[in-house]
Design a binder for this molecule. Structure first.
Ligand SMILES: C[S@@+](CC[C@H](N)C(=O)[O-])C[C@H]1O[C@@H](n2cnc3c(N)ncnc32)[C@H](O)[C@@H]1O
Length: 257
């Protein structure tokens, strides 16, 4: 499916999100604060847009790698790298079996990809494994907005998204599938629970973007000594949850989008 949508993927992203996805990616990198000259792995990188944002942030002495199992996506990412002069290494590979030793990177990221892998928890575990202790795992993924936005967003994603996605890429079925996976995938605190359940993170933060259309999740990788079951402190959905013996903390912040 991803091979079929690859040729029109960038155009569809821009049309369907009204250009917002670029803002979300910039916001994601700013939230993550990768070290200057640091190393970043972007998993399920697709055509590489998040990897390019990280490249700008880490500077010319940094190293950014994008990995995806879909060859046509990777080919497009490489072509964009050549055209833009933003030097990112793009490789074919599986998010569930990353071919790097433990602690290789400062940051691992994934944008709109974690809901598409067969085993999201394993993907998070793999991402955390290849990041050094104290490094970060960043996830950008769709949510399901609530309140006033809920109904218009549901209508837009059910009626407009598959039709426009179909016109732009010629693959209406694929955009219907992507909409359904986004609607069913856990978001907000429920996704943060999955991150915590890996036992890999000593801190998980959640940021809502554009009224809950998308979310950012940032996990700080623990040193392995504090690996344990998820912490439960305070009521679900609380603005900020903290306190557990090991100091796991989850904070939710409004994003300026
Ligand atoms: C919706 S696209 C997102 C692409 C890109 N990250 C972005 O932000 O636009 C999902 C991507 O996940 C990739 N993908 C899904 N499962 C994967 C896996 N197990 N290993 C590597 N890539 C995978 C697909 O090939 C596709 O490029």
């Amino acid at each position: 499916m991803f091979a079929r949508i690859a040729p029109g993927y960038d155009r569809a992203n821009t049309v369907l999100s009204w250009g917002m996805h670029h803002r979300w990616r910039r916001r994601a990198v700013a939230f993550c604060q990768p070290p200057k000259s640091g190393s970043v792995l972007d998993v399920a990188t697709g055509t590489g847009d998040l990897a390019f944002e990280f490249r700008r942030a880490v500077g010319s002495k940094g190293h950014v790698v994008g990995v995806d199992f879909c060859a046509p996506m990777i080919e497009r990412a490489r072509a964009k790298s050549r055209r833009s002069g933003l030097n990112v290494e793009f490789l074919e590979g599986d998010a569930l079996n990353l071919p790097w030793p433990d602690g290789t990177f400062d940051v691992a990221s994934i944008a709109f990809g974690v809901r598409n892998v067969d085993d999201p928890k394993r993907c998070l575990d793999e991402m955390a494994r290849v990041v050094r202790p104290g490094g970060r795992v960043l996830v950008l993924e769709f949510g399901q907005p609530e309140g006033l936005l809920s109904l218009p967003y549901k209508g837009y994603s059910r009626l407009v998204l598959p039709v426009v996605g179909g016109i732009v890429t010629g693959q209406k079925g694929a955009y219907d599938y992507l909409r359904r996976t986004a609607a069913a995938f856990p978001s907000g605190d429920r996704f943060a629970d999955i991150m915590e359940s890996t036992g890999r993170f000593c801190d998980v933060r959640v940021v809502e973007l554009s009224g809950g259309i998308a979310y950012l999740y940032l996990g700080v990788v623990g040193d392995g000594l504090t690996r344990r079951a998820p912490a439960r402190a305070g009521p679900r959905g609380a603005a900020s949850r903290s306190a557990s013996a090991a100091g796991v903390r989850r904070a939710r912040a409004a994003a300026g989008t």
